[in-house]
Write a protein that binds this ligand. Sequence first.
Ligand code: ATP
Length: 288
Amino acid sequence: MDKNLNALEVKNISKSFNGKQALKKLDFVIKYGEIFGFLGPSGAGKTTTIKMMTGQLEPSGGEAFILGRNAKNITAEIYGKIGLVTDNSGVYEKLTVAENMKVYCNIHNVPVSEANRLLKRVGLENDKKKPAEKLSKGMKQRLVLARALVHSPEILFLDEPTSGLDPSTSLAIHELLLEVRNSGTAIFLTTHNMEEAYKLCDNLALINEGVIVEQGKPKEIILKHNQKQSFEVMLDNNENISFQEDSPELETLFDLIRKKRVKSIHSSEPTLEDVFIKLTGRVLSNEY
Ligand SMILES: Nc1ncnc2c1ncn2[C@@H]1O[C@H](COP(=O)(O)OP(=O)(O)OP(=O)(O)O)[C@@H](O)[C@H]1O
């Protein structure tokens, strides 16, 4: 891992299918030890972007560099440093959970103890002997994630890693991803879950109809679009009042604070979902 290089560089990438442009001039970089979120509704171009970055599809224009090499000329050695979790990352259905992991340990020359550690982290330690065909969709998803981490990849691509998972499993996956990020791995994550993106991502891009409509740090994106600040106040009698930043009633709020009548106060910024709606007129979360 050469930390002086970016793990991934996408330069002006475009993609057309049968004359129809699916992606338009995407530009972003991902550093080692960073989680980069790619957020957009169905059909926005997330999977196509992953395919181009991993050399599975040739761009119609622009270039992608992965671990320092043009994705067009990706080698087996580079693939050995990548982890990829997508909808169609199949498992061997007739093999057990443990055997599925063992296949990957053998390919990457990693001790089975590492597989056991990862199975525990994704909550599958009690399912090791189950054939993969008997697993639920969410369990398979967790197996595929554990498998993708066996060789400590330098860059990890995750297409909707927690979709369809219950909240406590999602939380465990989030903790694992942060740990992997902290070990220096670059993570490219697609999601339509704005809360997940806000919590996990160091940087993110909002994508709609093949165009990046906004990118940056989640907090900075929100503050940039926070045009009118308001304060939500709860009084000592549990009454809730909202005060606009530039309204004359703010004096009333100061007065209430002086009289110690304010039980709680917080500023209300837009969410990433609000920003997305503002920029595109579309919602993300209800489309799934
Ligand atoms: N092989 C293909 N041939 C023609 N059109 C394609 C092909 N692959 C993708 N597209 C089109 O490109 C656009 C982006 O698709 P893509 O699968 O990348 O979206 P997505 O954001 O991953 O959506 P989802 O979240 O539903 O997976 C869509 O309009 C899709 O129909």
